[in-house]
Structure formats: C-alpha cells, structure tokens
Design a protein around this ligand. Structure first.
Ligand SMILES: [Zn+2]
Length: 295
C-alpha cells in the first residue's frame, strides 16, 4: 500500500478572495485514554497519568487565513524549546504533568517562524492570532509573534485548566475575547446560531464558544462561498470522534463537550461545514477537498 506522508504545509485557495494554509507544527503523542475515555468518570485523570503507552504521532495543526480584511492565525503551534528540561521554569508541577501525558516531536522547520519565512509572510503582517485555548501546543508559538494582537478567551484566563502560564512570553498582553449573544453568525438568524453567541473578527469570520475540553475553549468559524470552515481546536481529536460521540479523556466538562458536539452537528445540518480539529491527521485533506461533515 502506498502511503503519502502528510505534508507540513498545505495552501488552499478556498475562494477568489480567501486563502487558508494548514501549517503543521510537529507531532504530539498522548496516552490512549487521553485520546478516548469511556470508563468511570472519577478515574479519568488517574487512568491517563498511570497509562504507560503512547498513541501514534498526531499532528499539531495551526491555520493561517489570508482574508481581504486581514491575515489571521488560529493557534500558534509548538516550538522546539519544549524539548528543553527547564522549559517550565519554576512550575515543577506543570512540567511533571505535561511531560507525563504529552510527548512532542517538533522539528525546527515546522515551527511557526519557519513556516512564515517559507511563505514569505512577515510576522508584522499577521493582524491577529486567535487562540482556541491555553494549552501549550496551541500557545507555544506565541514567542514568534511579539507585535501581533493576541486574542485569548477571557474565561480561559480567569478559570484556566491545564494552562502552564510559565511557558507564556513575559511580554504577553492578550486582548480578552468574550462572545456576545446579540451577534449573528454569518447569514444565520440570531436564534439559528447553535453556539448561542459569537464574536465577529472580520467579514464572515467569527469566534464562537465551544467549552468542554476547557471552560474557555473557543473555535473559529469562517463562512466563505457557502461553506462554513470550523477551526475547532481540541473540541475532539478527530471528526470521527465527533461523529461517534465518544469523548477525549481530557475534558473539564464532559457534559459541555457533548453539548458542543451537538452544536457543530446542528450547524452542519444548516450549512455545509468543514470540521478541522487541531490533531486530526485528516484535517488538512478535508480542507483541501472541502469535505463536509455528514450528520
Ligand atoms: Zn488542549
């Protein structure tokens, strides 16, 4: 069987005016019950911590959107420094947990800065980096963005879950994002927005609340050419997981995760939707083919 290795940068012209780059920032392995857990609720975290196996390598995707209203990045990926023993500084507990449950392989040529250089897009051209949540494989590329505006979910800052703040750049002063119940989503009427709230970034580009994995988790949705592209962070590991209704083991609220799953499916019944989570090996291909979620 021929196996095409995943490309680390895939550029898709999704319409005449919008281009999206799927940028892979290396690989992560997790413990199997972290990827999927269906056991006793109280044993969720111990099961992950005590497990001695690793999944196969999963991609760490970030997304660069070139839009007439600006250039926007969704998540910032990992960086090579995560491999250094002192990376977490004084936060010994964060270091212990993160090293116990995550194993990274981050090549330098897949750091955000390398991708931007190759694409000939200087950091100064990025109008805003939107973070889906505060976990390090989504925030560690912040150090390459000293002048961009950083949009961070407000709840995630106030009620962090698994956020290792010592890994944030010392200069970080994010703009905190809240979602407004009075903001319409694309052409949908107010009551037709399954997420119940939204924050508009640009024409057709929104941030919506998608809690479950963490309390403040948010996703970015882009309406273009009659399709809704959903940059879904860690809502689920894969599209398959969303469709099967199985949950990842790291979720501060499994109930909220299930509700969020339902919101994506409701939206997919209203408009063709391309679902793009951060660690799905098939995300870049779905973007390329505009392959929509069938619910
Ligand atoms: Zn996460």
């Amino acid at each position: 069987m021929h196996h095409t290795p995943l490309q680390n940068c895939i550029t898709v012209q999704i319409s005449e005016r919008v281009r999206v780059h799927a940028l892979r920032s290396g690989w992560v392995q997790v413990r199997p019950p972290h990827r999927e857990y269906s056991g006793i609720e109280a044993l969720r975290f111990p099961s992950i911590l005590l497990n001695g196996e690793w999944t196969e390598k999963l991609p760490v995707w970030m997304w660069l959107i070139e839009h007439p209203d600006g250039t926007f990045l969704v998540d910032t990926g990992e960086n090579t420094r995560v491999h250094e023993p002192e990376y977490f500084g004084e936060a010994k507990g964060d270091a212990w947990v993160n090293r116990k449950i995550l194993q990274f392989d981050i090549p330098q040529e897949e750091e955000l800065s390398s991708h931007l250089e190759r694409l000939n897009i200087p950091e100064s051209r990025i109008d805003a980096a939107i973070l889906t949540h505060g976990h390090l494989d989504h925030t560690d590329g912040l150090r390459f963005l000293p002048t961009s505006e950083i949009l961070f979910p407000k709840i995630e800052w106030e009620k962090p879950f698994g956020v290792a703040k010592t890994t944030f750049p010392s200069w970080l002063k994010p703009r905190f994002i809240t979602h407004d119940t009075g903001t319409t989503l694309g052409d949908l009427s107010l009551s037709d927005n399954p997420f119940g709230a939204a924050h508009k970034i640009a024409s057709g580009l929104y941030i919506v609340p998608t809690p479950g994995h963490t309390l403040g988790h948010q996703s970015v949705v882009l309406f273009e050419n009659g399709i809704c592209y959903c940059f879904a962070g860690d809502v689920s590991f894969t599209e398959r997981q969303l469709l099967a209704n199985t949950l990842a083991g790291i979720a501060i609220s499994p109930e909220a995760s299930r509700e969020t799953y339902g919101h994506f499916k409701t939206l997919a019944a209203r408009i063709p939707l391309v679902y793009l989570p951060s660690h799905d090996p098939e995300s870049s291909e779905r973007l390329q083919r505009a392959q929509t979620l069938v619910v």
